[in-house]
Design a protein around this ligand. Structure first.
Ligand code: NAD
Ligand code: TYD
Length: 378
């Protein structure tokens, strides 16, 4: 079936991988990338698809209700995949208002525009879907009940490498209550509630997914992995928050994009799916892996840059552990990660080292000034 789909936030990190997958895999679908181009949006991420006949870029703020409503009418939009958001926890600590505006009010503006447009159509909700992309951070923090790590009860391709440990007994399942701690996760939790409310109140076909930390090409270098790869390359200090004991569950970004494709086309309306690879890592272990990998790929002695590790003041309210239980998605829709973590890191480091021009563009000039102001403890 031919569809017209708005992908919001398509110029950002995960969004560009989703846009690329949909534009290439579904030439019969029209893909509209709606993005405000904040500091995190970069059209250079989409050079390879910008001339495709089924791709269109629209620079727009999701909070612009009138603009979004008109676009939906003019383009006859029947699907929305909503990724646009403010996404960095450290920024949310400094500037929570921007997070409430974009993540909460922006999502509400999209929902209301979709509701008015879809309700005005003869077929109403038939063939429509509002797919909201959220994060595992809404569930709050899990405890580090096994600080040394134990053999985990589940595994996937992502966790099939040498390192394969779980640092606690509990995992995030879809039925857990929301307990967000940061302004970022609080704003995402609020947007998730609005999406479910539009289903429960008006009958809008919605789906919500909560994914763990993503890594891979085109991630903005304020996040751990690209920031540290770039700092190791330039032999700049690596600011490790607290003791580096915090645990995150990592998924290669293209595996997330494939999960989004599967759920958009085959997911059950009103359901929530958690997306993750059962791939927990302590920050300090990832940092050491990054140092070894960058050193080796640059022809340096492996590990010679360990002296760059600099322990700094911990992030306020720093969540200790995230660990997703994604068995529902595997069981019901057959999705699994395709890449083992060490392989994914190898590819990711290679990409950032090969794309220094991309990195220089996003870290240069005005941006760096803003960056320095925001993060004065580095
Ligand atoms: P990102 O910060 O890299 O990109 C966000 C994009 O949204 C940018 O292109 C930006 O220009 C755009 N945007 C921001 N405000 C906008 C507005 N008001 N109107 C229109 N566009 C706007 O984010 P990301 O890491 O790609 O995350 C995408 C989504 O996935 C977010 O909703 C995030 O909460 C969620 N998520 C991210 C991760 C992760 O590890 N990065 C994990 C799970 C879920
Ligand atoms: P980040 O990439 O910001 O993702 P999130 O906070 O959404 O999980 O951070 C990943 C982990 O790395 C998190 O525990 C915070 C830590 N971290 C550092 O120790 N130093 C840094 O400079 C950054 C950006 C993150």
């Amino acid at each position: 079936m031919k569809r017209t789909i708005i992908i919001t936030g398509g110029a950002g990190f995960i969004g560009n991988h989703v846009v690329r997958l949909f534009v290439n895999k579904y030439p019969e679908h029209n893909i509209i990338n709606l993005d405000k181009l904040t500091y995190a949006g970069n059209l250079a991420n989409l050079k390879d698809v910008e001339d495709k006949p089924n791709y269109k870029f629209v620079k727009m703020d999701i909070c612009d209700f009138e603009g979004v409503y008109k676009l939906m009418q003019d383009a006859h939009v029947d699907g929305i995949i909503h990724l646009a958001a403010e996404s960095h926890v450290d920024r949310s600590i400094k500037d929570p208002f921007t997070f409430a505006r974009t993540n909460v009010m922006g999502t509400l503006s999209l929902l209301q525009a979709a509701k008015l447009y879809w309700e005005s159509q003869p077929e109403r909700w038939e063939g429509k879907l509002f797919y909201h992309i959220s994060t595992d951070e809404v569930y709050g923090a899990l405890e580090l009940t096994n600080p040394e790590g134990v053999i985990p009860p589940f595994s996937t391709k992502a966790s099939s490498g040498k390192h394969h440990l779980a640092y606690g007994d509990k995992f995030f399942t879809e039925d857990l209550k929301y307990q967000p701690h940061s302004p970022y996760s609080a704003s995402k939790a609020s947007s998730d509630h609005f999406v479910r409310a539009f289903h429960d109140t008006y009958g809008m076909p919605t789906v919500v997914t909560n994914c763990s930390n993503n890594y891979g090409p085109y991630q903005f270098p304020e996040k751990l992995i690209p920031l540290f790869i770039n700092n190791i390359r330039h032999r700049k200090p690596l600011p490790v928050y607290g003791k580096g004991e915090n645990v995150r569950d990592w998924l290669y970004v293209e595996d997330h994009a494939r999960a989004i494709d599967t759920i958009f086309h085959h997911g059950t309306v009103a359901e929530t799916y958690n997306i993750g690879g059962f791939n927990e890592w302590k920050n300090i272990d990832i940092i050491r892996l990054l140092i070894r990998t960058v050193d080796r790929q640059l022809g340096r002695a492996e590990g010679e840059d360990e002296n760059l590790i600099t322990f700094v003041t911990d992030r306020a309210g720093h969540d200790m552990r995230y660990a997703i239980d994604s068995r529902k998605l595997q069981r019901e829709l057959g999705w699994e990660p395709s890449l083992q973590f060490e392989e994914g890191i190898e590819k990711t480091v290679r990409w950032y080292l090969d794309n220094q021009e991309w990195m220089d563009n996003v870290t240069s000039g005005d941006y760096m000034k803003y960056y320095d102001d925001m993060y004065s403890n580095r």
